[in-house]
Design a protein around this ligand. Structure first.
Ligand code: NAD
Ligand code: MG
Length: 359
């Protein structure tokens, strides 16, 4: 088992990573202060892993809330089901909420924990690669509003994150690839040696080699924890985690959310950020191709939707959260393994990037 510490003063917490951690009761017990525990999961994950988690939590007074599956349910109505479950079982301030599932479950259970009786303890048990390397680290929780994704929420850190890499065995391969987009992102923005490691281990990762998965997850979480440790509330540096996301969000919005997975849109968006960095003269064509090759080997799309015009992109990017004071800010690569957030680029280079012929 690998243990990583996220250092955020009195809100610091460990991330445990390894195969079979769901079966280790003491990992959970050491972070549970009271006698009550509420497991929040969904209808897809429950039949797969709920009984094992319940077993590991034997001895606690357990309540379980099983949510419908899907981003479409990341809303107030579903959040209310968590409060219904907690109040129905008379859970008190000393309860601990345990989120078992992907990012949707984690974001919602975390937000519920932040709100329930003004804040109760919370443990993340992420079961998708994306949630293991991204959403379970950093403390962002929340739900969607009809007018915008993740628009209602709180910064709320868990007491611990327990990552059982064996749970990825049941994940659809497309979801695994989507998670790999974020893994590759960490290499590109802040860890060039990790990129080289990924080039060596991509096949092992896609083949669910547990050792390789543990290492990739640990290095990804470490990268995110470093960035979040410097800038917990996204006043600056944290924005580099959005490499490929401004272009990617435009793709997601244009296609209709859910048609491309988030990681797939980020992958194509990352290719565009690589291309723009090359056009700025910051990285070479070979370096750009190195990034593209790795994304492709991860099973990800590396070409934006053919029907999307530069105008389509600009229309969606104008509403991106990274527009500050009317200026579009983008995450670009100064070098491989070194990202910057900048509004300082010639408009023609952006236009040329949007109009470029990707293949
Ligand atoms: P998800 O939670 O929808 O999970 C994807 C699918 O896999 C779902 O159908 C889920 O039920 C299923 N699943 C989960 N674990 C499984 C397993 N082990 N075996 C089989 N199926 C399994 O999607 P996601 O990609 O994990 O997370 C996306 C969400 O995370 C979005 O809502 C996004 O906004 C959020 N997010 C949050 C942050 C953050 O910092 N809080 C960061 C990135 C993304
Ligand atoms: Mg993302």
């Amino acid at each position: 088992m690998h243990t990583l510490h996220v250092n955020l003063g009195d809100r610091s917490y460990p991330i445990y990573i390894g195969a079979g951690l769901l079966d280790q009761p003491e990992l959970f017990a050491r972070h549970i202060g009271g006698r009550q525990v509420a497991i929040v999961t969904n209808e897809t994950v429950a039949p797969l892993y709920l009984s094992r988690l319940t077993e590991a939590l034997q001895g606690f007074e357990l309540a379980t809330v099983v949510l419908p599956d899907g981003e479409a349910f990341k809303n107030w109505e579903t959040l209310q089901l968590i409060f219904d479950g907690l109040l129905g079982a008379r859970h008190e301030r000393g309860t601990t909420v345990v989120a078992l599932g992907g990012g949707v479950v984690g974001d919602m259970a975390g937000f519920a924990a932040a709100c329930y009786q003004r804040g109760v303890d919370f443990i993340q048990v992420p079961t998708t690669l994306l949630s293991q390397v991204d959403s379970s680290v950093g403390g962002k929780t929340g739900i969607n509003h009809p007018l915008g994704k993740n628009m209602v929420g709180a910064f709320y850190q868990p007491k611990a994150v327990v990552i059982d890499t064996a749970s990825l065995a049941t994940l659809p391969p497309r979801e695994l690839s989507a998670g790999l987009a974020e893994v590759i992102k960490y290499g590109l923005i802040c860890d060039e040696p990790f990129l080289a490691w990924l080039e060596e281990h991509m096949d092992a990762l896609r083949g669910l080699d547990q050792q390789a998965l543990s290492e990739a997850i640990e290095r990804s979480c470490a990268a995110k924890a470093r960035v979040v440790g410097v800038d917990e509330r996204e006043s600056g540096l944290r924005a580099i985690l959005n490499l490929g996301h401004t272009f990617g969000h435009a793709i997601e919005a244009h296609q209709g959310y859910g048609v491309w997975l988030h990681g797939e849109a980020v992958a194509a968006g990352t290719v565009m950020a690589l291309e723009m960095s090359r056009r700025l003269g910051w990285i070479s064509a070979e370096e750009r191709d190195r990034g593209v090759r790795l994304l492709r080997r991860a099973g990800l799309p590396v070409v934006p939707p053919q029907d999307m015009t530069a105008e389509d992109f600009l229309g969606h990017m104008a509403v991106d959260k990274k527009v500050q004071g009317g200026r579009l800010r983008l995450v670009l690569l100064r070098r491989m393994g070194d990202a910057v957030v900048t509004a300082d680029f010639p408009r023609e280079i952006l236009d040329a990037t949007l109009a470029a012929d990707y293949q």
